[in-house]
Design a protein. Sequence first.
Length: 512
Amino acid sequence: MYLIYTASKDTYITDKIIDGAFRATDANVGHAGTIDLFKLYNESTLSNVTGAAELSRALVKFDLQQLKALTGSVIDINSSTFKVKMQMSNLVGGTATPSNFSLVVTPLSQSFNEGFGRDVALFSDLDTANFLTASVSAGSATMWNLSGSGRGGLLGDDNLDFITSGTIDGSLQSLASEQTFVLGTEDLFVDVTTLISATLDGTIPDHGFRIAFTGSEEQDAKTRFVKRFASVQSSNPLKKPQLHVIFDDSTTDSGANFVFDYSGSLFLNNFVRGQRTNFVSGNAASDISGDDCLTLRLEFHDWSKNILASQISRGTDSSTVTGLYSASFAVSSFDTSYVNTENEKLLNFINSTGSITFDTIWASNDASVGYHTGTLEVKRSNSSDYISTPHELIFKVMSLPSKMQHNETLKISIFIENKATPQKVYKVPYRLKSTILSSVYYRIRDLDRGTEIIPFETASNGTKLSTDSDGMYFELRTQSLPRGRNYTLDLLVKDFGQEQIFLDVGSGFRVE
């Protein structure tokens, strides 16, 4: 899963000196198209001030409600694959850009108003937030505890504007994310996983972020003008401040490519009148749910193996998924158990045929009720002579509509044909099965500009394809894609010891 959320509000606050007469501490630029971060030293004169310094600091807020809802059904914020990064897009203009500086992102301790100001030349628009006031509610102003959102401290302390550190999961941790800009033209792209996780579980207040130069850079005798980012008001939706949420939500059902001696998982769905429903048992029709609630039995002649199966759980609080069960196990190719009265062993069958098709029976733990029967073919691993040429693969996207609405969630199925696999000839119509690969990742690009929107995310498997009995798929959540634009799908295959990228798989699509 790779989700992108756009900031809900942003601004920057400043004490810039205007015409050598006063500081614009009550000015607001909440509706400006840019976020400008600068430090000016001795660039302007002000009465009775020697070596006057002028500063700006950015404030950015994201609406986390949609993300929080997903933590109760899909995302586990405690998982090692859960990552969150904040991106601010650099804007290239006619002004100079500083180099070799750092920016620090910290959580705000109090909320701010975005305001409606636009004037970034004379800073003549008066509104909140500004350098002195954070917000106004019912005519009552809430001031920064120290001008410029300037008071930082430990989580839980009183009278703070931003939080520098705090006790998270039992240990004192820094809550500052820092990035160094060597050239000065880089995007801001920092890891804020700890900050977002602690916000989602209520440890940190949900007021957004403060972005500023480091303390030493704000206080030294040097000018840094101007680092400019696109704001929420930018006309380019791809440049607005973004929160990138990454999580491995892939599911691997090994039913189509189960291999001897390697653990795999089988999944079982139960639907009643089109709705996911738990299996029931007994006169009271009690739900079959929780851990080790079912038994999967493998049978081959007189040989059998029982495996406990559990209901699938997802989300931070491990909420169970209604009507979805799974069993994980391995079948040894060295099993010397007898399979019939002729004293033939399982090992002998494997050596002679290379595969065995087992009967599968999903039943209650006391074996009194059967819920589903099927078959499972288990094969030897795919060994071959060394070939440096990648397999020739053909992809077909089975369920990608040409137009989609924003905030849809669709299952995108992908059929894969390996042309190196020999095909059998049948006299009757036959449905070709999709090839199952272990590591396939998707990417989404803007079709008109070629800009990468969702990248191949392989470190945390954020864009890894899932597998089921029909083939491979992923869930596309269109909320991450700006409206009114055309997109295309690419695939990265990391399989058979090779890496291949397949561009423009399927036809393009549009999000309205």
